[in-house]
Design a protein around this ligand. Structure first.
Ligand code: PYC
Length: 335
């Protein structure tokens, strides 16, 4: 697959790069066809030249690519595959918002209550005024509560493992009732990055796995703090598998937190939750309980459907240039 056209946006500070075929059309392959062609022995691997589109020197290192393709389901408007420099993501909330905004910007707005097919399920997307987009995420749930992990270099942290379209290890540092401790504010980005990394390495060391989705890989860490804004309920710092932190409040991370709050009886269905990000931007969120007729063996009894609203802004568009002499074209810098 040759990628030329790209459109860059940011959602509450976090970059998205939308990849389209010629004439701004979706790529012709359906999402399952694309997944099959990029999978070996059931393992999805993003080709190196595609990973290269989400990393230095072609993109900011926090970039998530959103490749738009044909849906396989009749009730979906498009399919989308998300990845960052480290590999495929399941869902990506900020990039869903960025994609919807980008499609409006190129004159191909999604229909009202459009369904988008992702590799982990259908999401429903609503384009609102002033750059805002709302989406209803895939069913989100808590896999395990109060799991203790030894951090790299020592010290034990306790967290919930929850699915929000990616797997998260959620560490509450906000002094919520469930922790019984007084909370704290976020420290510097460098300190929280080091702290989150020590937890991520602790998870890898014990090879802790979650439920069946995405092979149970717990590849995101969400630290939850007291908010710095009076109009937010909590602030987060989300470490992504590419080693960067999410500048937005993280759509899938907020979804996982909502599932945890719901499971702990700390947030009622339909109650408003304002999630502040590491850089101070905000998503507005709420959840409904998953209707019982949607409950299958795949979902825990207390699954929720999170609904998240944020703003995205298009910042650049262009064409990728391939130079056969460029040592970085296959990803990274290859001597
Ligand atoms: O918004 O879900 C999200 C997300 C995941 C990784 C980066 N952003």
């Amino acid at each position: 697959m040759q990628i030329r056209r790209f459109i860059d946006s940011h959602t509450e500070g976090e970059p998205t790069r939308v990849l389209l075929a010629e004439n701004d059309a979706p790529f012709g392959a359906t999402l399952p066809e694309l997944l099959a062609s990029w999978s070996r022995e059931g393992q999805l691997t993003i080709p190196p030249d595609m990973l290269a589109l989400a990393s230095n020197p072609r993109a900011a290192d926090a970039t998530v690519c959103a490749l738009v393709c044909a849906p396989s389901s009749a009730d979906a408007s498009c399919g989308v595959l998300f990845w960052n420099a480290a590999g495929p993501l399941g869902m990506c909330g900020h990039a869903t918002i960025g994609l919807a905004r980008t499609l409006s910007w190129i004159g191909r707005p999604l229909p009202p209550a459009a369904k988008m097919e992702t590799r982990v399920g259908l999401v429903t997307v609503e384009t609102l005024a002033h750059g805002s987009v709302r989406f209803a995420n895939v069913a989100s749930y808590v896999f395990a509560r109060d799991v203790e992990i030894e951090r790299e270099h020592g010290g034990v942290v306790r967290g919930d493992i929850a699915w929000g379209g990616n797997w998260f290890f959620i560490v509450r540092l906000d002094g919520a009732p469930s922790t019984g401790k007084s909370g704290r504010l976020m420290r510097s980005l460098e300190e929280e990055l080091a702290y989150a990394n020590s937890i991520a390495r602790g998870l890898v060391r014990v090879n802790l796995r979650a439920g069946p989705e995405n092979n149970g890989l717990i590849d995101h860490v969400a630290l939850i703090f007291q908010p710095s804004r009076r109009d937010a309920h909590a602030r987060n710092f989300v470490l992504c598998p590419n080693g960067t932190f999410d500048r937005s409040p993280c759509g899938t991370g907020t979804s996982a937190l909502l599932a945890s709050l719901a499971a702990r009886g700390e947030l009622a269905p339909n109650a408003r939750w304002r999630q502040e990000s590491a850089i101070g931007s905000v998503f507005e969120a709420s959840y409904v309980m998953l209707e019982s007729n949607q409950t299958g063996s795949k979902f825990a009894a207390s699954s929720v459907i999170p609904q998240i609203t944020g703003r995205a802004f298009v910042v650049a568009e262009g064409n990728m240039v391939r130079d056969a002499g460029d040592p970085s074209q296959g990803g990274g810098w290859v001597e």
